[in-house]
Ligand binder design. Sequence first.
Ligand SMILES: Nc1ncnc2c1ncn2[C@@H]1O[C@H](COP(=O)(O)OP(=O)(O)O)[C@@H](O)[C@H]1O
Ligand SMILES: [Mg+2]
Length: 369
Amino acid sequence: MKKNILVVLGGQSGEHEVSLMSALSVLKAVDEKKYGIVPVGISKQGTWKFFDEPLNTLREKSWQELRDYLEKEEEQDLSLRTNTQKDPKGQLVLWNQHRKEAIDLVFPVLHGPLGEDGTIQGMCEMLNVPYVGAGVLASSVAMDKAMTKNIVSTLGILQAEYHLVLKEEYQKNEKERERQKQLIEKRFSYPVFIKPANLGSSVGITKAHNAQELLEGIDLALSFDRKVLVEEFIDAREIECGILGNYSPKASLPSEIIPHNEFYDYRDKYFDGKSQFVIPAKLTKEQREKIQDQGKRIFKAMGCTGLARIDFFVEKTTGAIYFNEINTMPGFTKISMYPKMWEATGIAYEALIEELIELGFRRFHKNEG
Ligand SMILES: Nc1ncnc2c1ncn2[C@@H]1O[C@H](COP(=O)(O)OP(=O)(O)O)[C@@H](O)[C@H]1O
Ligand SMILES: [Mg+2]
């Protein structure tokens, strides 16, 4: 009997659109002969919906069409429960007035908060259903750039120094704002990077070249998250590495992003697409191996499973390797870096999806892998 895979797409984060793009690629690539595919969308407001058309029709839609469908208000009443009767199959049952589906594994193709951050993973744990990717702890720690830095610092891997801004403290009064500004200016010279701790896809990120941009950047970042990092600028090449596996993970060939704009921002990532990708990246053997080794060590230290894309900086003047960030559900369109790196390493997109599904089952059944 075919296993039923629930592909969850959209979601409530700022990366809703990115998720739709990723999920369309996934839907096109999952092997229908092997799996039953049940796509379910989550609107930006958090409503869960089945898609009524057959998979083949859905695959031909644009991400904008999927978004519009998810935004349409209508009664759907999608319910979920664990399948206590184990009937007809699957450990999770989803249903509404018109339809009922039993699910064997969840593939949350969701990026950002309420998707990549341990929340849907926790729901899967409660429902006792296998799922693709990192578990609750790894997902939530990886979602928080400051928490991640704390873990990575125990490995003796270089990272950009940062100053943490907490909304409640920073916004207390003008004096506190001025104090923190001075602290930052004493510690770092401009430019600095300002980032919300808990987003992704460059949302809310500023490169500040002076005090005014710093203050504006902090306000912008605080509008997305109560926790903000102000980081020293690393003048570096941007190198990414794909990690795949559970407890003995493997590393892909690293790749390089050459941003078109001043930094790799949201528009450039998903809409303008003017950045260049070099796959595999031109690195010395020593640099490549160091990045792959650090990537695997970070993956393990974070307790990741399934997949992660780990991003590094290679400093231009010194060649030093800095860890930048980790994504436990990286962009997954056919042209996204993570799948592209695996393709260059010898695993095609379709096979990659297959392996991720297998890893999800193996993790659930406590098999090594
Ligand atoms: N400390 C830094 N020094 C130099 N460039 C940075 C730094 N931090 C971020 N950037 C630039 O900003 C981009 C987005 O930052 P990143 O931390 O990767 O956030 P996101 O999770 O949104 O991808 C990076 O790809 C890089 O171009
Ligand atoms: Mg990034």
